[in-house]
Structure formats: C-alpha cells, structure tokens
Design a protein around this ligand. Structure first.
Ligand code: ADP
Ligand code: MG
Length: 331
C-alpha cells in the first residue's frame, strides 16, 4: 500500500495536517474501504433471486381445478404456521383469479382477523353452522381487500362447541353436510363454483378437527423447520388413517409445506431434508422463509399478499399457491 493511500484514520489525519497536499477525508476513506456490491454478496443474490421470482409470478393466472378442492390445514402443534399458511395461500389463489373460501374453525379466530373479517361475539359464525344447523350462506362474509375471497368466521363461542358437539347427532359430519350444501348450491344462487376451500384448524385433534377431516378430501400439513417438527406427526397421520377408514375414505395427505425456514441455520436445512425424504411426493418445492413482514401483516387485518406483495414472504406464498394449483390441475 502506498503512503498516499492510508488505511487508518490516524494516517489520514497526518496526511491532512501535513500541508493538505493529498487531502483525503475520513469519510472518503471509510467509503473506499467498503466492499463493492457484487454478485458475491448474499444480499445482492437474495435481491436478484426475488426480482426474478417477482417477474415470473406477478400477474400469473393459476389453472382452475376440475372440481372444488377442499383442503384441511392441520397440525395439532400450535404456532407452526397453519393460520398464516391458510390465509396467505387463500389470498394468493384468489389474486390469481380463483374463487376461494376460507373456513375458520379455530376459536381464536386468527384467520378471520388476518382476512379483516368481523368476528366479534355476536357475528353469525361457524359456531351457528355446527351447533345450531344454520346454513353457511347465512354466515359467510366477503373479504374486502381481496376480490374472489370469502370467509366463514369463527367467534369465541366456538370454544364451547367442542363439548356441545358431543351430544349432538351426526356430530362428526355436521361440517361436511353444511359445506357440501353451500358449495354444491353455487349454481342455484347464480354464483360461480368455488375452486378452493381451505379450513383452518385449531391446534388439537378434537371434534372440530375431526369435522374438518370429514368435510375435506385433502389434508395440507404445514411443518415448521425446527427440531421437534416431526414429533407428533405420527399421531396426526394415525388420526387421518382412522378418519379415512371410518368416516371419509377419500381423505389423504396431499400437500406438505415447510414454514419459517431459516436459510442461515443448518437445523432448518436438516429438518427440511428429513421431511422431504419421508414425504417426497407431498412436500412442495417452495418453502416459506421466516419473515417479519409475514408476522406483521395480521395486526393490520391483512395477509402479507396485500400488506407487502413484493416481500420475499409474499412471493413464497404465491409460489407455493402456484405449485398447489398446478398439482391440482395435473391430478
Ligand atoms: P398456527 O396457526 O399453526 O398456530 P400461526 O400461523 O398463527 O400458527 O403462526 C404462529 C406465529 O408465527 C404467528 O405469530 C405468526 O405471525 C408467526 N409466523 C408464521 N409464519 C411465519 C413466517 N414465515 N415468518 C415469521 N413469522 C411467522
Ligand atoms: Mg392458528
């Protein structure tokens, strides 16, 4: 290094103080010492990848399935991304031109919140459908932010439904009947048929979840990329087999999505690899990264698809929705 290209502040001061012939300010030196942005930096690569994804995904119209696909989004573990996945996939499918219904059956009502749907205690909800036999058409609400997206809300009343259902006739098939009547009645109401119904389950395997398994054809399992991810999965699969043999022969696990993937940790990569090796046909290629924008969106009553559509979280859900739709059209 030459004398005129000092590398520390101390040398710089000397240069300036000794007559100022080579006036190099501290600020200039600091700027010069920063690495050039190049394709080698992780940030640059991430931005370039997102830009490519955005270009290939935005404005894409997804294929319609040949029948209404009813998917139950389930995992008895809490906090694995069931609700986040339900609302963002639903919004992504709707934005891509499909007609989508979200059924919230978690008493917490988080899916209703994220879709900006009114669900205070007096609002007619899935509780009235399951316990009082009300028709779905009388409780469904349209999502204001996303055209083509509808929601059956859950209110806090639903917390008691698990117990109230026990003594009712046909307690396991109440949701199936109500939902089929609504979906099959679209033409009579002068509406287009729904392409997708996504049911957001509570974190348990009680009667509410059983109702969802009986009403659906497909189970969609979000798996969080962390150490205990596979624990409890065998219990979930056993329950699905029981429902299949006794109540719903068509039920099968069609799709698995890896959520909260953290590319910086080896653990995320290991969990992802293990899940993919166990379920090669079911796991979507796209995994959803851990993203602040995804977790912020619900507090604005929005999905990340409207809150920050160009964020990498939104792009991942859009990509996952595209895979789901392509698979549905192929099979
Ligand atoms: P579940 O419905 O399975 O209980 P949630 O979808 O409510 O799980 O997610 C649990 C928490 O994790 C929520 O606070 C949610 O905002 C947050 N979360 C979900 N997915 C992500 C993600 N990809 N990145 C960051 N936070 C996430
Ligand atoms: Mg939830």
């Amino acid at each position: 290094m030459s004398e005129n290209a000092p590398s520390t502040y101390a040398v710089s001061r000397e240069t300036v103080n000794s007559g100022g012939v080579e006036h190099v300010s501290e600020r200039d030196q600091l700027a010069a010492s920063l690495p050039e942005p190049s394709a080698e930096t992780p940030l640059f690569r991430a931005v370039a990848v997102d830009a490519r994804r955005r270009r290939s995904l935005t404005g894409k119209i997804f294929p319609r399935p040949d029948h209404t696909r009813i998917l139950t989004v389930a995992n008895q573990k809490g906090g694995v991304g069931k609700t986040t996945t339900t609302v963002n996939l639903a919004a992504a499918l709707a934005q891509a031109g499909l007609r989508v219904l979200v059924v919230d059956i978690d008493p917490q009502g988080n899916a209703s919140t994220a879709l900006g749907i009114d669900h205070h205690a007096d609002v007619p909800s899935i509780y009235d459908v399951l316990v009082d036999g009300k028709a779905v058409v009388d409780v469904v609400q349209e999502c204001v932010d996303v055209p083509n997206l509808w929601c059956v809300p859950a209110t806090i009343d639903l917390a008691g439904a698990e117990i109230e259902l026990v003594s009712l006739v046909a307690r396991e098939t109440r949701m199936q009947r109500a939902l089929r009547a609504y979906v099959d009645g679209a033409a009579d109401r002068g509406e287009e048929r729904f392409d997708y119904v996504l049911i957001d389950c509570p974190p348990s395997l009680g009667l509410l979840t059983v109702n969802a398994f009986v009403a659906a054809d497909e189970v969609f399992i979000p798996i969080q990329c962390e150490y205990y991810a596979l624990e409890g999965l065998s219990q979930l699969l056993k329950n699905i087999e029981l429902i299949k043999s006794h109540l719903n022969p068509d039920l099968h696990v069609s799709t698995i999505l890896l959520t909260m993937y953290d590319g910086r940790t080896r653990l995320s990569a290991q969990v992802a690899e293990e899940v993919r090796s166990h379920f090669p046909a079911q796991v979507l290629r796209t995994s959803v990264p851990r993203s602040v924008r995804i977790s912020e969106a619900p507090s604005f009553g929005q999905t990340v698809m409207t809150y920050d559509p160009s964020s990498s979280g939104a792009l991942s859900y859009l990509e996952a929705a595209g895979e789901l739709a392509d698979r549905g059209a192929a099979g």
